[in-house]
Ligand binder design. Structure first.
Ligand code: PLP
Length: 338
């Protein structure tokens, strides 16, 4: 990539050298190959097209100051994909296979990983789909596991800044449904609330817990966290939240790097006054500070609508420091590709 404007990469598909593809047939996975084209040929009867038998992951590889590349917590993504596969009856992708595929794609696209200093990275999109000729509602006879890649920019081009959210009256998942796994169906269900929120000028919507609609579940396709007035890092507990690896990492960072207490518990939408800062977290943006949440007729401002709270800022700086290799990561969090 020459003449690339690394500051304005955005989040979109760009041509890369290679992606990975592997087939599951007759009860076993093949070894997988790298291919140039991002097209696949499948039967139009495939379960992924009709019944949503699909799961995906998202993770990033980062360029360090010393020029080496590091991948963040890919074993966690491998484990989460296994959970997703289990829930919708797809064959598991063994962790070693997942890691091998991600490493092969990163190595094949090494020259496309943005330089250090732009907050940019190589986004990796593992996916698994049910394929083959099938008519009834049942698990597919065959599967494809692939890993796509695209260089992406920093989410906050002009620095970390708070944005506003509105609570939606729709649910993305059911209490005992598939909200806790990263499967395609949840995202079709989220498109309308997302678009509606954006049309009204919000960054995204907030989902309440689908059983009682009294507690915060998720922030668009990101997890929620808040900082209480006595400096406790809190994040919701629910059966319909997708367990974010960024959230899991922030819980650790809050406790072990910042010395904060942490709690995973209910966060009531009527009790936001207990929080002095709040944010959304996920691989795409790392942390998105929440300025204000609008719910029915109430407008709740956290730290400020224009400035980032000091603890949110520290969490963000520490997490990014770890992503890019400037701050020492806890053991096992990063894999360096020479
Ligand atoms: C992927 C995802 C997240 C964030 O997970 P990370 O592992 O932190 O990237 C949060 N919520 C939903 C619904 C997601 O799909």
């Amino acid at each position: 990539m020459t003449d690339i404007d690394y500051k304005n990469l955005g989040f979109k598909v760009r041509d890369v050298n290679a992606n990975y593809i592997s087939y599951f047939k007759d009860g076993k996975w093949d070894d997988g190959v790298l291919q140039k084209e991002d097209t696949i040929t499948i039967s139009a009867y495939s379960t992924c097209l009709h019944y949503g038998q699909e799961a995906f992951e998202g993770l990033k590889a980062y360029r360090r100051k010393d020029g080496k590349i590091q991948i963040f917590r890919m074993d966690e993504n491998a484990k989460r994909l296994e959970t997703s596969c289990e829930r919708i009856l797809m064959p598991k992708v063994p962790t070693e296979k997942f890691i091998d595929a991600v490493k092969r794609v990163v190595e094949a696209n090494k020259d496309l990983i943005p330089p250090y200093g732009y907050g940019a990275s190589l986004y990796l999109r593992p996916y698994i789909i049910g394929v083959g000729r099938n008519l009834g509602v049942r698990p597919a006879p065959e599967y494809i596991f692939g890993v796509l890649a695209s260089p992406v920019g920093s989410y906050f081009r002009s620095g970390l800044a708070p944005v506003n959210f509105i609570v939606t009256d729709k649910d993305r998942a059911a209490p005992n449904g598939t909200g806790r796994v990263k499967v395609g169906g949840n995202y079709a269900a989220s498109l309308m609330s997302h678009e509606h929120a954006q049309e009204l000028g919000y960054a995204d919507c907030i989902y309440l817990d689908p059983l009682t609609h009294t507690k915060i579940d998720e922030v668009g396709a990101a997890n929620f966290f808040g900082i209480t007035k006595d400096n406790v890092f809190v994040t919701p507990n629910s059966t319909s939240i997708l367990p974010s690896i960024t959230k899991k990492s922030l819980l650790y960072i809050a406790e072990h790097y910042l010395g904060l207490k942490t709690e995973v518990r209910d966060v009531y939408i009527d009790n936001l006054d207990e929080l002095k800062e709040a944010g959304a977290c996920g691989t795409a943006a790392a942390i998105t500070p929440i300025g204000r949440i609008d719910y029915n007729d109430s407008k709740h401002v956290f730290y400020s609508e224009t400035e980032v709270g000091p603890i949110t800022r520290k969490l963000y700086d520490t997490l990014l420091g770890i992503y890019f290799g400037d701050i020492e990561a806890p053991e096992g969090w990063i894999t360096i590709i020479e």
